[in-house]
Design a protein around this ligand. Sequence first.
Ligand code: DC
Length: 232
Amino acid sequence: MKNQSDSGGKLLLITIDGPAGAGKTTVSRMLSDRLGYKYIDTGSLYRGVAREAKKAGIGHDDDAGLEMLCGSLRLEFVQDTDGPHLFSNGFDINGEIRTPEMSMLASAVSARPVVRKYLLTLQRELGKGKGAVFEGRDMGTVVFPGADIKFYLNASVKTRAIRRYKELSDKKDSSTIEEIERDIRRRDENDSTRTLAPLKPAEDAIKIDSTDLDVEFVVNLMISHVQKHLMQ
Ligand code: DC
């Protein structure tokens, strides 16, 4: 049974946007746990499309191929002991979508309108009924412009690269900090300069720079905003 004491049982829709490595995943998981809400990592969905496109031999800029792929794709989250796992057409693909290659490919397919259109519908479907924390790039700006509370989490490129390095070395990935920093800069550039739903804070987002903050502090800060909202 999830703890709902920090939300008083009220169901809000909360969005957390920001660049790669800003700490969104850890913070979103902890925040959703404290509120008793579900947690949706929308980056996984883009990674899922990227993985399936690669498997089917569809190029990241092949719009006709991507459209056909999305038309027959069934992506869903299934709760496991270590959190939600992404399933594609009934298969658990969670272990395959977190590689540096999938990160770059997800960033590339995420710029294609056919992919964004497909995932927009799916994400809004998942948000019905509220009681959720959605993590991504355009949650507060495009997918849920009417969200109850919007956060934009950022950190310096160096800090983000070090965090990703630790995360990847735990998974026995041999990427160097320099390679990770280069990939993060390229992804920032791709994600924030694309025409469709670029990475940027919503006008009404609460901006948090986590460079010098630990996760507990960030989550407590977010909880204080949630409680303020609930008292309004
Ligand atoms: O959050 P992540 O690193 O798992 O996301 C992978 C890529 O997916 C990211 O580089 C950009 C894209 N993405 C997006 O365009 N919109 C989202 N809401 C989430 C992710």
